[in-house]
Design a protein around this ligand. Sequence first.
Ligand SMILES: Cc1cc2nc3c(=O)[nH]c(=O)nc-3n(C[C@H](O)[C@H](O)[C@H](O)COP(=O)(O)O)c2cc1C
Length: 237
Amino acid sequence: MLNSIGLQNPGIEYFMQNDLPWLKKFDTKIIVNACGSSVEEYVELAKVLNTLDIDGVELNLSCPNVKSGCMAFGTSYEGVKEVTSKVRKVLDKPLIVKLTPNVTDITEPAKGAEDAGADGVSLINTLLGMSIDIEKQRPVLANNMGGLSGPAIKPVAVRMVYQVAKAVNIPVLGLGGIVNGRDVIEFMLAGATAISIGTGNFIEPEISIKAINEVEDYMKRHDIEDINTIIGQVQMN
Ligand SMILES: Cc1cc2nc3c(=O)[nH]c(=O)nc-3n(C[C@H](O)[C@H](O)[C@H](O)COP(=O)(O)O)c2cc1C
């Protein structure tokens, strides 16, 4: 998928009044993905999130669609360290920092998050992409460029999860193109402690449940008692 929906949303007040009460009806953990357009805005948001009945916060430092937004903080060791450490000071809840793949070396921002006290890092966000309508000779997206996601980006994501898991000592949450249990196992072998599914939900809303069942089948076939034992266990050639 190539999207340029940006990060439009009704904001934190609306979330508190409407979305959170609805989410609380389900027996599951709630991790809130948060994005601001300045360091100050991230900190303001984190202060509010700290007062809510949620299980953790994922800082989006990686969206490629916002002109002067989060991507500016997410591409360097220093940028990630600065915003993460300021948020860390006001947030007592588990803090995950989500990283952009649109960098030369993703281990650098990952180390910035770790050094600033993040509890984990998640990766990858979308890869910057572009598509051209050859009849109109104009980009397909109104925003010209957008974020590429889904199975096409999986090998890039697996590679980056592997690199980051080797470079930091905090848990890595892996995502990027996961659509079934085999993909989940691949990410865990590369070093992911947990995974997320984004684009796959547009294809099949129950994809997460199916993937869990497929992981259980894999565990039976390979005599695995505890899924944690496969984390980072890929044997390199
Ligand atoms: C329509 C759409 C909206 C997204 N919105 C967000 C967002 O608000 N915050 C964020 O951190 N990532 C966002 N992402 C990125 C995904 O969470 C994910 O990192 C990326 O798409 C790769 O995973 P996937 O291939 O499973 O989708 C969005 C992706 C898509 C396709």
